[in-house]
Design a protein around this ligand. Sequence first.
Ligand SMILES: Cc1ncc(COP(=O)(O)O)c(C=O)c1O
Length: 383
Amino acid sequence: MNGFQSKLVHGGEPEERVGGAIVPPIYQSATFEQVPGSGYHDGRYIRLSNTPSHDLLHDKLSLICGTEAALVASSGMAAITSTLLALLGSGDTVVAQDLLYGGTESFLASEVPRWGIEVQRIDACDVSSWGTPPPSARVLYCEAITNPTCRIGDLRALASWARDHGMISVIDATFATPALMRPVDLGFDLEVHSATKAMNGHGDIAAGVIAGRESLVHQVKHCLDHLGGHLDANACFLLHRGIRTLGLRVERQCQNAFAVASFLEGHPAVSVTHYPALESHPDHARCQEWFGGKGGGVLSFDVGAGVEEAERIATSMKLMATAPSLGGVETLIIRPASSSHAAVDPAVRLQMGVPDSLVRIACGVEDSDDLVADLARVMGNRG
Ligand SMILES: Cc1ncc(COP(=O)(O)O)c(C=O)c1O
């Protein structure tokens, strides 16, 4: 089984079907019989993420990510926070990209320093500005495609810079998904995902993923076990169902996002459109090289006419719902300043290129003509 789609559908599934069922069942059980003579850590218990539902997901995810191991968690933030807490300790430094999802940004700014961990920022897009990290640097943290300005850092260089300086490299690949890239091939030690987004893809659960080197995933699991951030049995079932169609959905979302971004780029009211598959985007070449020219399902734009007009656009669509999140089958529109980045200090938000007037669209799998028509109705045609 070599093909990506086949791995999504069949990967990790047990050879013997349970009761002949084509769809693996939900194991709605917190605890499992202990085999005589085995110890506590050999037993299956839901908080330890080792039920048959977890095993199935872990096997499938490591296959599709191309990693030694994988682990699911109760949300993207559970995956991110457990990873950072597992790898860092007092006196350490985490070197983080200066453009990050608002929740991660807020965690780094408000929680991490309380444990005596320093946070140092870098512009992941500009290798020449990195210099030498401090001797205390243990972890490099970045995003594959940043939320919401869709920047793509010099990812291969970041992974090797981290290796050269003894740092563990961690990438949040939520926006790219395993359908567009394999961080392990670029040299990353660990990848994390909000599987709440495209990985599950139906907007009905929260979930997270950690994948990468076995010893590191094991270290993160140890921390996750203590923090209690496991994925529940029903969410395991739904995540598995979603993953099976990841490739098809992401393909369609990329097509829709490209059509919508192209419409917006040519619109007289729009001052800037952020979408890496557009030739005008500063990281277009990296998108071509690493993501096969596909920019993912999310784009953002600024109408330049201020926050009131941005809010009017974001709340006047018929087909697109005004809501945070991304990666689902339905298209969502929102101002990041009022949602994903609301917890970030307004001055920092501006430095991150997220003015209050920025609007983000997370494309679903509808017809692109209908999405463009929705925008044209609210913003007028391109003229
Ligand atoms: C890039 C990215 N990483 C992580 C998260 C957090 O995921 P979750 O909401 O599943 O905790 C989000 C949420 O929007 C995100 O966009």
